[in-house]
Design a protein around this ligand. Sequence first.
Ligand code: MEV
Length: 450
Amino acid sequence: MPKSISGFSKLSKRGKLRWIVENFFKDPENVMRELTSYWLSNEEQQRILDGFSENTISNFHLPYGVAPNFVINDKTYAIPMVIEESSVVAAASSAAKFWMTRGGFRAKVIDTQKVGQVHFSWSGDFSQLEAIFPELEIALREDAASITHNMEKRGGGILKITPIDLTHQEPNYYQLKVTFETCDSMGANFINSVLESFGQTLERFVAQREDFSEQERALTVIMAILSNYTPQCVVRTWVECKVEDLGHFSGGMDAEAFADKFSKAIRIAQIDPYRATTHNKGIFNGIDAVVLATGNDFRAIEACGHTYAARDGQYRSLSSCTVENSVFRFWLDLPLAVGTVGGLTKLHPMARRSLELLGHPGAEELMMIIAATGLAQNFAAVRSLVTTGIQQGHMKMHLMNILNHLEASDKEKEATIDHFMDKVISFNAVRLFLDGLRVRKGKTTVSKRF
Ligand code: MEV
């Protein structure tokens, strides 16, 4: 059986799927039927989806959920979330409800600058570069004018171009560091087009310098690309209330004890990178889900967030908490480069609907919504950790997944949930209980063994 192929991309979609099922699956006809069953019946919509990527053979579905009751800066949102992990949407919703009656989430955008770099190799001295820079900058901006024209009309464009000497780290290595404002778009294509234009201008400009030696006229652009690290595209979101207004928690824990334990948990995540990683993962459970639902780039957001979490040289919690003068404050500062125009945001039918559900926010409002969802998620996770433990909630969802898997009826579900209220849940224990239930009810078939 051939496991490699040349010309795969030239095959039709059905041809690609046929080759895959015939070469990698034991039951090709069934798999063919199953994977084609996930194709959208609306051919136009399927064509749009297929256009986003390459070599598509089917669609991979993920749940699209909603967390209602999010009050952010006094406005109430129902937030769309795309995520495969159980409990995340429930946790966000419960934190949203908790804070709804305590003033809601506050948020503000601190800055919106994006960054790009032209990395180049050059044998000249940095002082020569500095000397020609004012003239070079004019040429760079002029040559990129056709690309920047529309963005400037929208109020954005190139903010600053800075030459940087890195020859102490790598021989002949210099950079142009460029900052941008891209308004409501994430701006990746815009930034990269400008940077590539800068690269060409830079090489040409230096090659034409008659005051440079022949060697100095040979400048090589290594690469021109945006940076996903945007520490100046930052949003802050926070919640706060009097400690006494936090209320009571499971196991009879009072507000003071909760605030104390909660704030210690946050400090632990600031001290210990092992805990910080899981802690921030919880934040990204919320963030990624909204980023995905709105057609933004979750890999870029994650990469940036984690670099930011390590900005002082150690990986730490992205969120912070204080309890001072009987006031509980919990906040998150996060770089978030997102867009509400361009990219997938209008092309993906569900992303378009998500933005509609959010009331057509601009990029800054979306930054605040996403950050608040991350903070809510973090609040819910740490609240569970320092009160009941995380497994209680997880296991409830896990039990439902097992019951669905075993095709339990509503009555069987009810009885099983009751039974496992105070017992350890495992797949086997649930299956045995359900089998017992079915035998008692005179059903001849017991659940399948998986
Ligand atoms: C699970 O997806 C996320 C948590 O582990 C986050 C945390 O520990 O803070 C619950």
